[in-house]
Design a protein around this ligand. Sequence first.
Ligand SMILES: CC(C)(COP(=O)(O)OP(=O)(O)OC[C@H]1O[C@@H](n2cnc3c(N)ncnc32)[C@H](O)[C@@H]1OP(=O)(O)O)[C@@H](O)C(=O)NCCC(=O)NCCS
Length: 413
Amino acid sequence: MATTFVPLSELSLFPATPDQVLESRRRHAPQWCRKLSIEEYLLRDQLMDGHEHASDNKFITWVLAPRANPTTLDFMCSCETFRRTAVVAHPSDPSGAKQVTAYAIASVFTPPEKRKKGYAQYMMRLLHWVVAPRSALPVFPDGWGSPTEVPEGLGLQSAQFSVLYSDVGKEFYQSCGPIAEPGGGWLASGAVETSWYADKAPSGTTTGPTSPHIWLSEDDAKHVWSLDVPFMRADISETAKSSGHTAFSFLPNKGVGAFVVQRTMSFTADDAPVLPLDTWGVLLLPSAVVGVDEVFADLDKQPTYATWTLDTSSESSRVLVTTRVRASRETLPGLLEVLVHFARKENIQKIEIWGLPETLQAAASESDWETSARTDHLSAFKWYGKEGENEVEWAFNEKYVLTFMASISQNLR
Ligand SMILES: CC(C)(COP(=O)(O)OP(=O)(O)OC[C@H]1O[C@@H](n2cnc3c(N)ncnc32)[C@H](O)[C@@H]1OP(=O)(O)O)[C@@H](O)C(=O)NCCC(=O)NCCS
């Protein structure tokens, strides 16, 4: 069905009404529901609206709609934003990492009959104007009509940076900056995975892993993420000092890491949500230490742990993707051994670790793990500070940051 082109100046970005939220989800459900029915897809999103990542208006669906009829269900396209706590450390600031606000963006969708009219690109350009402080942006472009009105009380225009994960290559989002001309948008960065494939690995021993460890439930994983925050803040300060670049990162607590776990939910026949695993992480135990809190008690003693989610969107394979990994060169082999043990036990065909630091990539390759550039879910960021994008560094660019999990990794062999 062809639709007529509406001039961009007659359109603006609006927070979706409840009916528009539902319409937006209905539109993208056939594309992204995979194993869920459309009804289950809608139910999952409705349930997750009540979770911590969305509380206090942190989650907003946006529509690009006519200024003359902002609540229409015939809007042009839509997307979602997640406001989150993040940290930034500057190399010249001895006071350490500072807490900031940042955004993650997801579910950019134009229905097929409205595509290729420039709507999605315009929506993404306007998005900078609602998430970033006015002071971080240039003059609002002539030809776009009056600037987008930003509703009060939603914590908007506060971002130090925003990120997204592109499944349409690097150029599309890179071209969507805050002005009408192409460029100045989200820069693809750090899309790297370190992987293990069951069919390529020796079948291993029947005995369990040698490193003492405790498995983590979802609640345990949430607790561990909170305990990891001071370590992450210290690491980010160190990264800024050693690299001479401003370092930034999201944090996995406050519902952020839990989002990618809950997103795996499916439903029983009577619509009760169920998760595909009971175990969502593992913590290695140095001997003589008994509990989780003791392992994180001393900032000078690095804990070793991994948390994960499961990508079940393929009929034929299950992929475990780590959400957070903390390990040293010395402890990584033991952690990988435990991960492989878990994968074999749970009939998982591939393990992906996103954003493993280079020194650890080398250690992983000694255990026959392969590091390669990701071809999908390309992480990309837009920085709203005074520094150039080459002067900043995204730390902990791992899967816990992800706002969206619909498609399975394409390079499962
Ligand atoms: C991607 C999408 C949002 C673009 O919406 P749109 O309103 O048609 O976008 P615009 O008209 O502003 O821009 C069109 C441009 O998008 C780019 N584009 C669209 N789909 C693309 C894809 N799969 N891969 C790479 N680039 C793509 C192209 O550069 C295209 O330009 P062209 O017409 O010269 O080929 C839309 O195609 C869509 O909803 N796709 C399905 C969902 C999806 O993949 N969303 C993105 C998730 S990261």
